[in-house]
Design a protein around this ligand. Sequence first.
Ligand SMILES: [Zn+2]
Length: 91
Amino acid sequence: MRHVPLRMCVACRRRRPKGELLRILMTPEGFRLDPTGKLPGRGAYVCPDNPDCWAEKKLRRFAGARAKALSEALWAHLGGKDGQSTHLPAG
Ligand SMILES: [Zn+2]
């Protein structure tokens, strides 16, 4: 069996193969999403397919005061990916 590197989601704490998770880069300025998983630096991971894991409440343990900003960044990045434009253009 091939070895698959596992990473833990900071929100639900489930361990999953690295490739299934979205990487968050931790910088002195705050968090930055790293969809390529290749940026240098310390990283953390969340489930990109589970909106529960993007909730501020779930992220607070990990992100503290920055949980809100991180939650918003996750929603902006992941929430609108498929199923965007729920509202119809006027006219
Ligand atoms: Zn998760």
